[in-house]
Design a protein around this ligand. Structure first.
Ligand code: FES
Length: 163
């Protein structure tokens, strides 16, 4: 059984938003993200809780949760790296960027480092094509990547600083 997935305050906040909402489905992502912020990822209980709050079936919530790659349905590291593999980044060397990240972290795409610091995931366009190749860690976007820049970013992310 997962521990508390939402604080009483958050539950109340969502209940108020739900009362004002014509379409409960519009709150699915916000609810899943709130659970993820508190719990680190979204366990099955989080899908069931979201569904029951919004009057949806768990399957309806699961379909959205698994479509959206910023929702994690299994445990992840403390920082998740989304490295773009779409066309602009690919044409500007993202394959080499991915290889460098894998070498530095010692993991393959989809894996988490042994110390739990980083999870590395491929993602579609981050909307930063003008800065390709690009990646995102948490809510921070990093563009114009090269090997040296990645090393500085990883070192800074490890210590909570800025590269
Ligand atoms: S293709 Fe990578 S940010 Fe758009």
């Amino acid at each position: 059984m997962a521990p508390e997935l939402l604080s009483p305050q958050k539950l109340e906040e969502f209940q108020k938003r739900l009362n004002r909402s014509e379409h409960p489905r519009e709150l699915v992502i916000d609810l899943l993200r709130a659970i993820q912020e508190k719990y680190g990822w979204v366990p099955d209980e989080g899908v069931v809780l979201t569904a029951s709050l919004l009057g949806l079936s768990p399957l309806q919530v699961e379909e959205i949760a698994t479509f959206y790659d910023k929702i994690f349905r299994q445990p992840v590291g403390r920082r998740v790296i989304h490295v773009c593999d779409s066309i602009c980044c690919w044409s500007r060397g993202s394959e080499g960027i991915v290889r460098h990240l894998q070498d530095r972290l010692g993991i393959a795409l989809g894996e988490t480092t042994a110390d739990g610091s980083f999870t590395l995931l491929p993602t579609c366009c981050l909307g930063a094509c003008g800065q390709a190749p690009a990646m995102m860690i948490g809510f921070t976007l990093y563009g114009h990547l090269d090997a040296q820049k990645i090393d500085a970013i990883l070192a800074a992310e490890r210590t909570g600083g800025t590269p």
